[in-house]
Design a protein around this ligand. Structure first.
Ligand SMILES: *Cc1c(COP(=O)(O)O)cnc(C)c1O
Length: 395
């Protein structure tokens, strides 16, 4: 293609539109307070913007491909492992391509780890309201999946789980800590009681905490994502949700005990056995994470966690004040409510959902850092306008 199609004005107009759009983006869990301009400036002037780095291989082993950021990736994992209750010497983890990549590793590592307990294929148990990636990945790995009904808050029905559980086969339990639509948190104590009573031939617990796993370690409810207290085997968290990265990334953390039970395919050109599913992995994402950790620190993350939870409560309070049917689970930043008119859905980038138990059509607002009280007030104004005008006005 010739360069005649290159049009900087078109690109600038596109950039302007994106910067504008983010001011009303509240329906998806993307934190728009990104703040990476300093990083990109350094990245360009340092010369790295002209280097092809790649984190191929196990970051904890010496790599034959020298152009990598494994040392920073390991420091990122070392920072987060204790926050998720893993002992420093016992943790193994990577910076992933995103929450789905972390879930993929969790489910795949789980299947391999369970092989030592039984020759039978595990059954994957997950709630109906858990993220669709679990269903997709279960399908991809050819597992039998049992979807467990949820209560009205989106949490797994523990009695139904008990009924579905087949103790003669290994159990791969995927626990939702923050379901996508309602922010439901599965009751891990109750799940553990069932497992202790029914004693399946093998158990592996993977926690999908894509969104909530970002802020929970920095709240008084940190125990919900604590490996030491909750006994889960692995956890996946997204980087572009709470942490506010501009591109998909995430964290996957498990134990060395799980790692040694993986299929040790040896890759001679990498001089090692490679446990990761994708070969090439981003070298940039760990560098951004490292940068952010040092700029923000635990105290900074704590303030951010407090802020989004406080603003979610503010949004719920404003909805209550105008008698707008809405719900907010405990320790959640996700407010769900009766679905407004199409123009509000479109303007505020809201995602639709249906639940007959809550009167049918719903939408949600995931309160991230860029959604302050001012923005919430504007949103409420639009809901009021929508109500006055009957919900179907074109604008
Ligand atoms: C967003 C989300 C995912 C998927 O994560 P990606 O980072 O988008 O791949 C999985 N589970 C839950 C609960 C999520 O909220």
């Amino acid at each position: 293609m010739s360069s005649s199609g290159f049009d900087i004005n078109r690109l600038n107009a596109f950039a302007e539109k994106m910067v504008r759009e983010k001011k009303t983006a509240v329906g998806f869990p993307c934190n728009q307070t990104v703040k990476l301009a300093d990083f990109y400036h350094w990245y360009a002037v340092s010369g790295l913007a002209d280097v092809a780095m790649n984190n191929v291989g196990d970051p904890h082993k010496p790599s034959l491909y020298a152009l990598n950021t494994h040392e920073f990736e390991n420091e990122v994992i070392d920072f987060f492992s204790p926050l998720y209750g893993f002992s420093p010497g016992d943790a193994w983890g990577i910076v992933t391509n995103g929450g789905t990549d972390g879930n993929n590793h969790g489910i795949y590592f789980g299947v391999n780890a369970l092989r030592s307990s039984s020759d039978l294929k595990p059954v994957l148990y997950v709630s109906e309201e858990a993220h669709y990636s679990i269903k997709r990945l279960s399908d991809l790995q050819g597992l039998e999946m049992r979807q467990i009904p949820t209560n009205v808050r989106g949490e797994i029905e523990v009695q139904a789980f008990e009924q579905a559980l087949d103790p003669s086969r290994p159990a791969l339990v995927v626990i939702a800590v923050g379901t996508t639509f309602k922010g439901g948190i599965d009751n891990q104590d109750a799940i553990d009681d069932v497992l202790a009573r029914k004693r399946p031939v093998g158990v592996y617990r993977h926690v999908d905490a894509a969104l909530f796993g970002g802020y929970l370690p920095f709240t008084e409810h940190a125990n919900l994502v604590n490996h030491h207290e909750r006994k889960f085997d692995s956890i996946a968290v997204s980087g572009h949700k709470f942490f506010g990265f501009d591109e998909p990334s995430g964290l996957f953390i498990t134990t060395k005990d799980v790692l040694v039970r993986q299929n040790p395919f040896r890759v001679s050109y990498l001089n090692e056995s490679v446990p990761t599913i994708s070969c090439s992995r981003s070298a940039l994402a760990p560098l951004k994470f490292w940068w952010q950790i040092h700029k923000t620190g635990v105290e900074g993350y704590r303030r951010q966690a407090e802020l989004i939870l406080k603003n979610a409560v503010y949004l719920k309070k404003r909805l209550d004040e105008i008698n707008y049917q809405a719900w907010l689970n405990d320790i959640s930043n996700t407010v769900y409510f009766k679905r407004p008119g199409d123009w509000v859905m479109k303007k505020w980038n809201l995602a639709p959902y249906e639940d007959e138990r809550l009167g049918g059509k719903l939408a949600h607002d995931i309160v991230m850092r860029h959604e302050g009280m001012n923005m919430i007030d504007h949103f409420i104004d639009d809901l009021l306008l929508d109500r006055r005008e009957g919900g179907d006005v074109e604008r």
